[in-house]
Design a protein around this ligand. Sequence first.
Ligand SMILES: *Cc1c(COP(=O)(O)O)cnc(C)c1O
Length: 420
Amino acid sequence: MGFRSRHAQGHRPGMSDDDNRKPLTRLAQAGRKPEWTGMPGQPGAIVSPPVWRASTILYDDVAHLRRAAGSSTHERLFYGRKGTPTAWSLADALTEMEPGAAGTMLFPSGVAAIACALMAVLKPGDKLLMVDSAYDPTRNFCTQMLNGYGIETIFYDPCDIVQLSVGLADERVRALFLESPGSLTFEVQDIPALTALARQHGVVTLADNTWATPLYFPALSHGVDISILACTKYIVGHSDVMMGSVTATDHWFGKIRQTAYLFGQMVSPDDAWLASRGLRTLGVRLKQHQDSALAIAHWLKDQPEVARVLHPALPDCPGHALWRRDFSGSTGLFSFVLNGGDDVARAALIDGLAHFGIGYSWGGFESLALPVDPARYRSATVWQAQGPTVRLHIGLEDPADLIADLDAGLARFRAVRDGG
Ligand SMILES: *Cc1c(COP(=O)(O)O)cnc(C)c1O
């Protein structure tokens, strides 16, 4: 074995049937093939694959160049756009986190991953069923881009399986897009039932799995064909890299890979390296995000200024029973609805927070608070609430500090609401 680490075995996609390693063990070992973590003669000597920067790849002679162009470039040096071991290692690790997956393609953002996956499965004349609680830019891609290519999007209620089965009966429906829990409002979908229905109709299923990550919800083993992550959030985990990924079954991976190549999609080796570094600690980070967010969600539920807490692990969240059945954990992102008040009262709450940043995105180590208005991003359902909504991302700070901060924020909200 020489320098080669006993653990740097590199498990091939498709071997997941006889691979009974637990998810946390996979997180530590995945993507560390000896040929990616070594020097000549010392395969596997380095723990993590280093940053391999390259555009041009040099060949010995014309014959070698021709041979390379004529064979598969998957995980082989060919030209920088097809990646180097730094990105292959991250893609491989994400594949290993999804039992049943054949491979993963990486993208420069989560939205780029969603857009490419949709372009890979749809063609002019097709219809797409899109969950009404989808991430807003996902909706925009459908209505502002797919629409122009003759692909019609039909939005459906995340909680209405009857409405969805009617939609699936339309012969032109080609794809079903799921996001569970939904963006901003956190409805949990019955993914095993919905994907089984879709399969009966020959409809491909795609899921935005950014909230749970494959660690708390392995999407492919719940029936999904194509699983999408905004790696920008929990995979990177440190608010310093934009990235997306698409992980697919054997049946779909070739099409995803080909489409990504045709669009020239790739990630920089430096970003892949940072994302791989983030991935190794996903287990411990998510556990802390989960515990702190739950403590704060339960505290908020008991405050008179709060009408509702939208958190999949709380009983009054739509689909809570499905979350209990299908997910092995919850993460740091949830919303709450204020009891009365208006935009100004909500801004008084958020503006004075000392420990929460105000900004888009989430999934980093830091807490964030965002005013959200779900009614603006609904067309198949009606969003009704007792007051304005706030979305929180609970970071890795001490939850006692965050609760004290929110407590003062609710007092500012109350003063504006009642004094106004
Ligand atoms: C942030 C986010 C995305 C998009 O990811 P970017 O990397 O910001 O493009 C997609 N889906 C969900 C659920 C998100 O929260």
